[in-house]
Design a protein around this ligand. Structure first.
Ligand code: NAD
Length: 486
């Protein structure tokens, strides 16, 4: 591994980027296999770290540790569990700078975004779960039944690379708060972030086996976890294709699954909207994290009366997004996470051109930094609602703009998707906006750029997933209901 060529700002200390152990039963422990996974810096395409590639035998050990820890953790008093989460929050917050730098290096997220969103949001989510964990379990009486909630058991958590700490925290925090124990398999592209989290777990002194880490590839460690007979709930975030495989593996033993999958969300801009704001926020949403956001509003639906005006505003907004080194404060867009992801996104751009969409800005010939996996922010107008660009998740900085003639047509186009994760509506009339929001077949809708609420249920309709994360609804995913008649 040659680190000499990497800019000093991007070189993390050896202790943060060369990891050799798994975290099982409260110990840093040797893996059973000798294989490793290289961690790349997508801004430079250089190798910057290494983690072990776990094996099915490692998964067995980790699940056994989580199983052994389950009765004790499940019966720990809520206030005590909350105390553990609070200590984890303290230990994690102390590592906020290292976490942000690590995410900037291994994902390529601009440092400001890495700090505020990639690290700030999961810290908020963990903080929220300290309070949720402290509450006594909700019990209700129905006739002669006492209905109680009990933790579902051992959770296998499998997570993606795009928000490498948040996607993990959205599972770990509620699982622990509910009294479950966990084996985590983070994305092989962003494992270093998970290692930093487990440094915090070690410092916080969680009981052995409550949280376990087995890094590795999806087809080996992920599949072993999803198919493990002693895993009670597989909580997965990632692509719809992988989610389908996980659901099939879990179906063999009727294990519970929670799936947070892909999206192709519509941003509906009604004719009376504040167009400048709607476009500015809409473009920002579509390009956030280089478009690698499951909830990204990747289809902008604009009324025909304001269509040309909107296209001009879009082109101006996109011109302000400077691509470059995540550590340069002027950078607003980093690279895509990998060469494969960049190639995939370029394929969608070529396909959109072949399908007759009109290139507004960006495209295959737009300049990008010479090194790294950069793709220029690209906007297409006149995108056919049935075309690949309007139907498939690109997961890159590519926006499809589609005109509509009236509200009914806008709703029809918005709902013409196999996905249903997020969406937006813009209008000067709050009642009209709400009426459209109610008609969208999607798990979340933001009106006029309303802020993200980390306590609201998060999840998808249709092929965007099963179940919800975050807040009290997310917590409920990690429990079983028991009816006791008396
Ligand atoms: P991915 O499906 O390729 O991988 C996700 C995780 O699953 C990784 O840890 C991977 O190693 C693992 N995996 C891969 N194959 C597996 C298998 N056969 N069995 C078990 N595990 C396996 O997804 P990705 O490329 O890491 O992430 C991008 C996708 O995630 C996008 O589709 C995006 O929309 C989705 N996503 C959804 C949400 C949400 O909350 N709905 C959030 C973020 C990302």
């Amino acid at each position: 591994m040659d680190l000499a060529a990497a800019p000093p700002s991007q070189v993390l200390p050896d202790a943060l980027r060369l990891r050799r152990h798994l975290h099982i039963a409260g110990e840093w422990t040797e893996p059973t296999g000798a294989d490793v996974i290289d961690v790349e810096n997508p801004s430079t395409a250089e190798l910057i770290g290494q983690v072990p590639a776990g094996t099915p035998a490692d998964v067995d050990r980790a699940v056994a540790a989580a199983r052994a820890a389950f009765p004790g953790w499940a019966s720990t008093a809520p206030a005590e569990r909350a105390g553990h989460l609070d200590r984890l929050h303290t230990a994690l917050a102390a590592r906020a700078d290292d976490l942000a730098r690590t995410i900037a290096v291994e994902l390529g997220a601009p440092l400001k975004l890495a700090t505020r969103v990639q690290v700030g949001l999961p810290l908020t989510v963990l903080r929220d779960h300290v309070a949720l964990a402290a509450r006594p379990p909700v019990e209700e009486t129905i006739g002669n039944s006492l209905v109680v909630r009990e933790p579902v058991g051992v959770v296998g958590a499998i997570t993606p690379w795009n928000y490498p700490l948040h996607q993990v925290m959205a599972k770990l925090a509620p699982a622990l708060a509910a009294g479950c124990t966990v084996v985590l398999k983070p994305s092989e592209l962003t494992s270093l972030t998970a290692y930093l989290l487990f440094d915090a777990v070690t410092e916080a002194g969680l009981p052995p086996g409550v949280l376990n880490l087995v890094p590795g590839t999806g087809p080996v460690v992920g599949a072993a976890l999803a198919g493990h007979p002693d895993v009670d709930l597989v909580s997965f975030t990632g692509s719809t294709a992988t989610g389908r495989q996980i659901a099939k593996a879990a179906a063999e033993r009727i294990a519970r699954v929670a799936l947070e999958l892909g999206g192709k969300s519509a941003n509906v801009i009604l004719p009376d909207a504040d167009l400048a704001t709607a476009v500015k926020v809409g473009v920002g949403n579509a390009l956030l994290n280089s478009g690698q956001t499951c909830t990204a509003w990747t289809r902008m639906l604009v009324h025909r009366d304001r269509y040309d005006e909107a296209l001009d505003l879009i082109a101006t907004a996109v011109a302000g997004y400077r691509l470059g080194d995540p550590f340069d404060p002027a950078t607003r867009l980093g690279p895509l996470v990998s060469a494969a992801q960049a190639e995939r996104v370029r394929g969608y751009v070529d396909r959109a051109l072949a399908d007759g969409a009109r290139l507004v800005v960006g495209g295959p010939d737009a300049p990008v930094p010479a090194q790294g996996h950069f793709v220029a922010p690209t906007v297409f107008a006149d995108v056919h609602p049935d075309s690949a660009l309007a139907q498939e998740e690109v997961f890159g900085p590519v926006l499809a703009v589609i005109p509509f003639a009236d509200t009914d047509e806008a709703v029809t186009i918005a709902n013409n998707s196999s996905y249903g994760l997020a969406g937006a509506v813009w209008s000067a009339d709050p009642d009209a906006a709400l009426a459209v929001a109610r008609r969208l077949r999607t798990g979340a809708v933001d009106i006029n750029g309303a802020p993200f609420n980390p306590l609201a249920p998060f999840g998808g309709y249709k092929q965007s997933g099963l179940g919800r994360e975050l807040g009290v609804h997310g917590l409920a995913e990690f429990s079983e209901l028991k009816a006791i008649q008396r």
